[in-house]
Ligand binder design. Structure first.
Ligand code: DMJ
Length: 646
């Protein structure tokens, strides 16, 4: 009888149907199988044989990896390289915990995705526990990380996270304890310092690569379009970056830039430049490079640009115009007004004073001192706070009633303190104006946010308080700390720490971990988050102010948390602003990590300031541009504090 082919494949039904009685003897089973085999067609038999041979070959081929896998499961070491049976043990390193700072250096270039959960919920918990925001975050962060570590069997040393379970396996397996992976992983603070410094040097090299390739000798790199933009047509980025290269010990880059200055840079050009911007970036950059290198090339260039800027002071009031044609020697205000910006006319003093000291030509210092003298006496201040505009015809404040420490007023306050320091702390009027202004800030502009009580500096408009704070205001913690270091009231340092925390929160509460240009703080009870950002304010221009303040706070308190915060910020710049072909770009939207929307511009201050301050922040060498010997201009160019005999 022929069984249907369908039944051929179901032996149990075949067996059941055959005898009617179940017999499980070996002989019965052998006979039954043989009978079944014989009943198969030739094609069916060859197919089965073919499959069996195939299975056999596969079994042989997969034998090594199966055994390897089994070894892993049964406690053997898990090698990362396929051929590493005899290779070194590579410990398994846990990913960085969400809130901690510094992973090992290679992380910098990786495109690791950061958690989007930044700030508020964690911050809330922390701040609710203690009153002082500035003190609690890092303490609790350390505690959090310790707790997390205990649970997971990890240890954390300033962010280098090591799986202790895995690390001790080496000793379990008989490896020398001295060479155990745990010991290899734990870096000394020197190692960490070098790796962070090297990361900044690497970032600079990357930025320089783009500038050199696509914008050499021009003002700014446009890294996305691989082109450049001109502002004054004076190689602004190159000049702004000179002393940074010197400080970062980038000799090759410095030499090529220097040779451009020697052979290509000329100020005899029919161009309009902004007095303030060219003073702080070009004059300041050349003067500081002269001081650091002793090379008179830079002093000669500084004299040249300094003297070409002087026509700006030829105004009815002696309050300078905003713009000068450095080729024609003609200055003028902007087309739409005869006003200048208060911050601009009061933040050129460090540079012109220094130029006079070096050249022994008093006209530079006299011109800028006259501005300070007039501003000191002017009506229209509020408890030492100045309005944003000043008229070049009558020398009076205009658009009065608006007070801010942000755009158009910021560096007025910074330069009051810094001129006093530069001149050897003798010019009491400057100090008085500074101290009064800080009291004015405390009385009129300082508030706390809700729900977490972040201290912030808002604005005042005709008596109406606005909880708006520019990122530019983040220079203030550093300036306050510098003042306290120079003997000003200790509560300035307390305020510096509180504001530093706020500026850091402006970064980490954003989805990209980068601060927007402007934030608004919530002050109403019941608010769920401290910081709001308007659509138009979501850009980040690679600005330096927060990193600058982190540098001062770390240098003057020695608290390493500020370095950790800076490292976190540097990584976010790496992740969201780095352009692979070279350079870094400002971005439009710090709230969209998927598409931060590049603006295609690398501002000169990214090299002049931001990267320099990162480097100084990560260095533990207090003699590297000592704050007792140098004072930084508002573009991060260090100028010497005058010797007491000067
Ligand atoms: C720089 O040119 C200077 O730091 C200036 O004081 C403010 N603006 C930029 C950086 O943000």
């Amino acid at each position: 009888m022929h069984l249907s082919s369908r039944q051929d494949y179901v032996s149990i039904s075949f067996a059941g149907q055959g005898s009617g009685s179940y017999n499980n003897s070996k002989q019965w089973r052998r006979q039954s199988c043989w009978r079944k085999w014989k009943q198969l067609s030739r094609l069916q038999r060859s197919l089965i044989l073919f499959i069996l041979v195939l299975l056999f070959i596969c079994g042989i081929a997969s034998y090594p990896s199966v055994t390897e896998h089994l070894r892993g499961l049964t406690g053997g070491k898990q090698d990362t390289a396929s051929d590493s049976i005899l290779g070194p043990f590579v410990p398994f390193v846990l990913p960085e915990p969400a809130k901690q700072g510094p992973p090992p250096l290679p992380e910098l270039t990786s495109q690791r995705k950061l958690s989007n959960k930044r700030g508020p919920p964690v911050l809330q918990n922390r701040l609710q526990k203690k009153g002082n925001a500035s003190e609690t975050v890092v303490e609790d962060r350390a505690a959090d990380s310790k707790k997390e570590g205990e649970e997971k069997g990890v240890i954390s040393w300033r962010g280098a996270v090591i799986d202790t379970d895995e690390a001790t396996e080496g000793t379990k397996n008989g490896e020398n304890k001295e060479d155990s992976p745990a010991n290899q992983e734990v870096k000394t603070s020197k190692d960490l310092e070098s790796s962070w410094l090297e990361a900044v040097r690497e970032a600079f090299r990357h930025a320089w690569k783009g500038y050199k390739e696509f914008a050499w000798g021009h003002d700014e790199l446009r890294p996305i379009s691989k082109s450049y933009s001109e502002w004054f047509g004076l190689g602004l980025t190159l000049i702004d970056a000179l002393d940074t290269m010197w400080i970062l010990d980038l000799k090759e880059e410095f030499e090529e830039a220097k040779s451009w200055v020697a052979t290509e840079l000329t100020f005899n050009k029919n161009v309009d430049v902004n007095l303030f911007e060219s003073t702080i970036r070009i004059l300041g950059g050349l003067l500081s490079t002269y001081h650091l290198t002793g090379d008179t090339l830079f002093l000669d260039k500084a004299k040249d640009i300094g003297s070409r800027l002087m026509p700006a002071f030829n105004t009815p009031s002696k309050i300078p115009y905003s713009d000068v044609n450095i080729g024609k020697g003609i200055a003028h205000p902007p087309r739409w007004t005869s006003d200048s910006t208060v911050a601009e006319v009061t933040s050129i003093q460090l540079e012109f004073r220094e130029l006079s000291r070096l050249t022994q030509e008093p006209q530079y210092q006299a011109a800028v001192a006259e501005v300070m003298k007039q501003v000191h006496k002017l009506d229209g201040k509020l408890d030492g706070l100045v309005p944003m505009f000043i008229n070049t015809n009558n020398g009076q404040f205009t658009h009065q009633g608006i007070y801010t420490l942000g755009a158009r007023a910021d560096s007025y306050y910074e330069y009051l303190l810094k001129q006093w320091i530069q001149g050897g702390k003798k010019e009491n009027q400057l100090l008085e104006d500074y101290l009064q202004a800080i009291e004015g800030v405390k009385k009129n502009l300082l508030q706390k946010s809700s729900p977490n009580g972040l201290t912030f500096v808002g604005e005042l408009s005709h008596g109406q308080f606005s909880p708006k704070m520019d990122h530019l205001v983040c220079f203030l913690p550093g300036t306050l700390a510098l003042g306290a270091h120079n003997g000003l009231p200790a509560d300035h340092m307390d305020l510096a720490k509180e504001l530093m925390e706020t500026c850091y929160q402006m970064y980490i509460q954003m989805e990209t971990g980068l601060s927007p240009e402007i934030v608004h703080f919530n002050m109403h009870q019941g608010s769920t988050r401290d910081i709001d950002v308007k659509l138009a304010d979501r850009h980040n221009l690679l600005r330096p102010e927060t990193v600058e303040s982190l540098f001062y706070l770390h240098r003057l308190t020695k608290d390493h948390k500020y370095q950790d915060w800076g490292w976190e910020i540097l990584q976010n710049f790496e992740k969201y602003t780095k352009v692979s072909s070279g350079g870094y770009t400002s971005i439009n939207n710090v709230r969209d990590p998927e598409y931060p929307s590049p603006r295609d511009k690398m501002e000169s201050f990214f090299l002049g300031e931001t990267l320099k301050y990162f480097y100084l922040l990560f260095s533990n060498n207090t003699n590297l541009i000592s704050l007792d010997q140098y004072v930084f201009n508002t573009e991060a160019h260090p100028l010497p504090i005058w010797p007491s005999t000067a």
